[in-house]
Design a protein. Structure first.
Length: 387
């Protein structure tokens, strides 16, 4: 369903009321906004959460960065993706949102400093920065057959308040992955200007093209934080385990870890049971991850095929992730189209303004939906979009 984070006042009220009316009438809705894998029809191993009851968790051993076996398991998982990270540079958190909060405290002075955030992107960063009293300065992703970082825009918007650049790769919802050149350019700017690079890679395990890697390069010339977690990599958002890998020049990494230790020790938010279970959860989540990957690839292929029959509709290229962006004719506003789809066709989608697209008309759909429902929902969407 729609997130409560939709910007503005009028639009979310209209959409929320329309959804409420549809559900009150007990209408069947084809939900193409689904982002929760636990309700998307995937089969989870029955024993997957069994290790959460391990009696080893009855002993409390507070560690600011997390228990060593759990951190080692995360480091091995990075190795699976071809990323070499030492376990002593892994920091466990309860979620990626908490990791962001820790990093804002580490890097920024409240009410003074700022971070740069990509747009379009999921509308979370503005809220997270505001909660920590940190400013956010947007930089644009442009689409010219593929999404690219507008580097000139970063340079013109950069001020002496900037302490970090956030890059989401793969991005949600554009599905774009940083190219090697873009990653190098961002890191070079951060290194030259004394800023950090925060690289959100929660969707890195879901390349839509089997031949496209979803990892940016190493080593980094600037202080860099890679973010990940079980929510996406194992399809377990309810288990609440995230992490960050700290990379870059040794002197900067050591200084950051020393300061980060105090922040993490102040909260000690990650539960012992999930840390004890982490090696088994990471290993056992592989089956779920493969099932999710197979579905999003199949749904993206189906979407490409169906959209190809409508010359007025443009499916924007995506590299990885759980979402796809469709550019539709601007015969009415995105809001009106989304409402028509819901009220007349029983299909729920996201409007582009939810993700701060620069202009109309874009529709964002989730690739997580069950295939039959996804294809039927897309058919109705395309027919309505060109009507």
């Amino acid at each position: 369903m729609f997130s409560s984070r939709v910007p503005g006042e009028l639009a979310p009220n209209r959409l929320t009321l329309a959804i409420a009316r549809a559900r009150a009438a007990e209408r069947t809705i084809l939900d193409l906004t689904i982002a929760n894998p636990t309700v998307a029809g995937f089969e989870y191993p029955g024993s997957l959460l069994k290790t959460l009851a391990d009696t080893a968790a009855l002993r409390y051993e507070p560690r600011p960065f997390g228990l060593p076996p759990a951190r080692a398991a995360v480091a091995r998982d990075y190795g699976r993706r071809g990323v070499a990270v030492n376990a002593d540079r892994i920091v466990l958190t309860a979620s990626t949102s908490e990791a962001y909060s820790h990093l804002f405290k580490l890097l920024c002075e409240a009410a003074r400093d700022a971070v740069m955030i990509p747009v379009p992107s999921y509308p979370l960063f503005e809220h997270l920065t505001r909660l920590d009293g940190v400013g956010c300065i947007p930089y644009r992703l442009d689409y010219h057959g593929r999404w690219t970082v507008e580097l000139d825009g970063i340079d013109s918007a950069w001020t002496d308040r900037v302490r970090a650049v956030l890059a989401v790769s793969p991005n949600n919802p554009t599905g774009s992955v940083l190219s090697a050149l873009e990653a190098d350019e961002l890191a070079r700017r951060c290194a030259a200007r004394g800023a950090a690079l925060i690289l959100d890679e929660v969707f890195a395990d879901f390349p839509l093209d089997a031949g496209r890697a979803a990892d940016a390069l190493q080593p980094w010339p600037c202080l860099t934080f890679r973010l990940g977690g079980l929510s996406k990599s194992a399809g377990l958002p309810q288990v609440k385990l995230g992490w960050m890998a700290v990379e870059g020049p040794d002197a900067l990494v050591c200084e950051a870890l020393a300061r980060l230790e105090l922040i993490c020790d102040t909260y000690l938010s990650v539960s012992t049971p999930v840390q004890v279970a982490a090696p088994a959860l990471i290993a056992g989540g592989a089956a779920v991850r493969q099932a999710i990957l197979a579905r999003v690839r199949a749904n993206y292929a189906a979407l490409s095929r169906l959209a190809g029959a409508y010359p007025a509709v443009d499916l924007l290229h995506a590299d990885a992730g759980w979402s796809a962006v469709i550019r539709v004719p601007s015969t009415r506003s995105e809001e009106d189209l989304v409402l028509e789809l819901l009220e007349r066709d029983g299909v729920l989608v996201h409007p582009g303004f939810f993700f701060d697209f620069p202009h109309e008309s874009f529709i964002v759909v989730s690739l997580l939906a069950a295939p039959a429902a996804f294809e039927e929902g897309v058919r109705r969407l395309l027919e309505r979009a060109v009507a």
